[in-house]
Design a protein around this ligand. Structure first.
Ligand code: HPA
Length: 266
């Protein structure tokens, strides 16, 4: 950890990020447009390299609306074969760099039938269906407690702020529960029916590990899903990664506006 933090600090000087953002599939453009310093993950001690198409793999630092922000342009996923510990390592590094608020974004399939592809959804809570927990193993008491409380990972204050700003911008926002599967296969129709029954509104393959670790080490989390597709239960309609990227690409203008407005008001 010391090596990772020192390596980054040597590159960014006295820049102290207070806000962290993890940019999901198709949403990485924000980091292209706001980039003062970029460090590829491959260079940073302790970081692993991203392998998914459509994901760059670098930490991007930028001053946005007077706020010092660090963005992960591309994230690593459980389905790539990495451990949840490795995937969530950058969250711990962001905490050490000074981050207080972490904005998690992703592309997700709609489980809630009232959602339309292209909608943005504020994550109010999550269901961890990955079958693993990133906190398994010896606990580092300097970072957080062994049995962290999970009653308000996605902070109501941040949800309210995002809703108010979205209203101002005329952006429609959904709210709901995000269920994380391991992937990489998408869900079967039966799995989507189950997800609906147990209270999920959207499904995806990321975010939950990072949210668990962020909450554990005391970061305030805001989660935003870009609903990229109707999850598979609609029947007959096949789902592809290309469709996911295509929809998030269309939705990214509103998404970027909202994120920038939230940063301005944090
Ligand atoms: N399922 C799981 N992950 C996803 C989906 C989906 O339908 N869409 C985007 N990521």
């Amino acid at each position: 950890m010391e090596n990772s933090v020192e390596y980054i600090k040597n590159k960014i000087g006295d820049f102290t990020p207070q806000i962290g953002i993890i940019l999901g599939s198709g949403l990485g453009e924000l980091a292209d447009e706001h980039c003062d310093t970029a460090i590829p993950y491959v260079e940073i001690p302790g970081f692993i390299k991203s392998t998914v198409k459509g994901h760059k793999g670098r930490l991007v630092f930028s001053n946005i609306s007077g706020k010092q922000v660090v963005m992960m342009q591309g994230r690593n996923h459980f389905y790539e074969g990495h451990s949840l510990k490795d995937i969530t390592y950058p969250v711990k590094v962001m905490k050490q760099l000074g981050v207080k608020t972490l904005i998690l974004t992703n592309a997700a399939g709609a489980v809630n039938e009232s959602f339309t592809p292209g909608d943005l959804m504020l994550i109010t809570d999550h269901i961890n269906f990955m079958g693993q927990n990133p906190l398994i193993g010896e606990n580092d008491d300097t970072l957080g407690e062994r049995f962290p409380d999970m009653t308000e990972i996605y902070k109501t204050k941040l949800i309210n702020l995002a809703e108010d700003r979205a209203k101002e911008l005329g952006i429609k926002l959904q709210k709901g529960v995000y269920l994380a599967n391991s992937g990489p296969s998408y869900e079967t129709p039966a799995e989507i029916r189950m997800a609906r029954l147990i209270g999920a509104d959207a499904v995806g393959m990321s975010t939950v590990p990072e949210a668990i670790v962020a909450n554990y080490c005391g970061l305030n989390v805001l989660g935003i899903s870009c609903i990229s597709n109707a999850a598979s239960s609609t029947g007959g309609i096949k789902l592809s990664h290309e469709e996911v990227i295509e929809t998030t690409t269309k939705a990214k203008t509103g998404f970027k506006k909202l994120i920038l407005k939230i940063i301005e008001n944090l």
